[in-house]
Design a protein around this ligand. Structure first.
Ligand SMILES: *Cc1c(COP(=O)(O)O)cnc(C)c1O
Length: 482
């Protein structure tokens, strides 16, 4: 072995590599257990076999140059043809296949910024509801756009169209709304916002990353789904992930635009350097053909019937889970979930969702924690899958037990300490050093976070957002070394 780099002197054989990969997995969440209510959107086994085959088949092909591998162009066009029709787009609507929701959202924002600049707006602004996905905060950060964050109605968790209209300025480059939002799973009033966008001639992006694929299937099943897509006048772009409710492997999303002239602002071409002339429709340049081939294969392996059956199961799961949560003493569902996502919280400050989350993990379940923000309380988030329908009774029984157990739990001294410091912290700007000493002073080793996370979560909940963010940078920076 080369001691400096860690590489074996001679390459290892396939059995050895497989064994080591299995060993790496030791502490991973067991997503096949059905107890992970976040992060993974696995297809049924027969589709999994097909999508893996398709991914490997095109693993080595490079999407860099569309003339080199016309197969990748054909499959991308096939995927986008479906997506356009699925979202009521006419033949003017065009799009791009991207690596994920974040890239789709980043590109929609970059496109709007460049369209605004072309119209002479030097300092473009973007209006988003506070419930918009973090990807839009990231886009504003990356692309240097003024972010105008509008609060939502804290009972429905939907943005009020009047609040959007009041935030418009001559520099507004883009309005964003969600269909539905990740945090609470509710659809913003897209038609009303579309009318405002059309009236003021502003671009309007609908973030359908998590819901746009599913919603038309729910509608076909008779659910009252409000119009949210290109059928709505004023909507100029939509993002829709295929690696969520289309069950494609990760690295699959699309962003669609009202017309090719708008999409042209997304493209980047470079003929000024000394190498090959480069044209990148999306952010990446070299990229495996695997994701697009696998997405195409997954859509065709499911077919219309497969997705309708999956949507029906999700609908049943949502009914069971929302009713089940509402019937557990001390819990309540936030808002009225429109699709496949459910957020819930407790009815009293003595019962903490963070203790409930810990109690769920001791029972093998992983549910996502969401911190308090604006007028919204800290809560727990569930992403429902078709298989959640069958798993719901066991999940709800575990949840009822977890709630009882959590009632007996209290926060430790660390929480009291941070509570006392919170006003002082809010007045200062965190740095990596101040966060490091805060955690070290509290005896927290970021590389060995405790199994029970309630105290740490409550500390985060008490901290102002800037401190929360710096804690995350510090903790995750400690995980990745070098
Ligand atoms: C998941 C999600 C995104 C970001 O997608 P990634 O694929 O995780 O990058 C954006 N918006 C919404 C509403 C989402 O649910």
């Amino acid at each position: 072995m080369n001691k400096a780099t860690g590489l074996p002197a001679e390459g290892l054989d396939s059995d050895e590599i497989r064994a080591r990969l299995t060993a790496f997995r030791e502490n991973d969440l067991a997503w096949r257990s059905g107890k992970l209510w976040a992060y993974v959107y696995p297809p049924p086994e027969h589709v999994a076999v097909i999508q893996k085959h398709a991914f490997l088949e095109y693993l080595t092909e490079n999407g860099l140059d569309p003339t080199a591998f016309p197969s990748l162009v054909a499959m991308e066009n096939g995927v986008l043809d479906f997506c356009r029709a699925h979202l009521s787009g006419d033949d003017q609507v065009v799009g791009s296949f991207t690596t994920g929701g974040t890239e789709s959202c980043l590109l929609a924002v970059k496109t709007a910024r460049d369209a605004a600049r072309a119209r002479g707006i030097a300092t473009p602004q973007m209006i988003i509801p506070v419930t918009a996905h973090a990807a839009f905060y990231k886009a504003a950060h990356y692309f240097d756009i003024d972010l105008v964050v509008v609060p939502v109605n804290w009972d429905t968790f939907r943005v009020e169209p009047a609040a959007i209209e009041a935030a418009l300025t001559p520099n507004t480059a883009l309005i964003v709304a969600s269909a539905p939002s990740y945090a609470h799973g509710v659809i913003d009033p897209i038609e009303a916002i579309g009318a405002i966008a059309a009236k003021h001639g502003t671009l309007f992006h609908v973030d359908g990353c998590i819901g746009a694929f599913l919603l038309p299937f729910l509608k076909k099943l008779g659910e009252p789904v409000p119009a949210f897509d290109f059928a709505v006048p004023g909507v100029t772009s939509i993002s829709m992930d295929l690696h969520k409710y289309a069950y494609c492997p990760k690295g699959a999303s699309v962003v669609l635009y009202r017309n090719a002239a708008l999409r042209a602002h997304q493209y980047f071409a470079c003929a000024s350097w000394t190498g090959y002339t480069m044209i990148n429709p999306t952010i990446l340049s070299s990229k495996s053909g695997g994701a697009v081939a696998s997405a195409w294969a997954t859509l065709h392996a499911f077919g219309e019937r497969g997705y309708l059956d999956a949507a029906r199961a999700i609908l049943e799961a949502r009914r069971a889970v929302t009713a089940g949560i509402a019937s557990i003493d001390g819990l309540r569902v936030l808002g009225t979930p429109d699709a496949s996502l459910v957020a819930f919280t407790t009815q009293s400050p003595e019962l903490s969702v963070f203790h409930i989350a810990d109690e769920m993990s001791t029972r093998g379940y992983m549910v996502q924690v969401q911190l308090a923000q604006g007028g919204g309380k800290e809560n727990l988030h569930l992403s429902l899958l078709p298989q959640s329908q069958g798993e719901a009774p066991e999940f709800l029984a575990a949840l009822a037990e977890a709630v009882s157990a959590a009632r007996a739990l209290a926060f430790g001294p660390l929480v009291t300490m941070v509570q006392a410091m919170a006003p002082q912290l809010a007045a200062t700007t965190p740095t990596l050093e101040t966060v490091h000493s805060l955690l070290a002073g509290a005896g927290i080793d970021p590389r060995g976070l405790p199994g029970r996370m309630a105290d740490m979560n409550q500390v985060m909940n008490l901290l102002p957002p800037a401190w929360r963010e710096m804690v995350l940078v510090h903790v995750v920076g400690s995980l990745f070394h070098p």
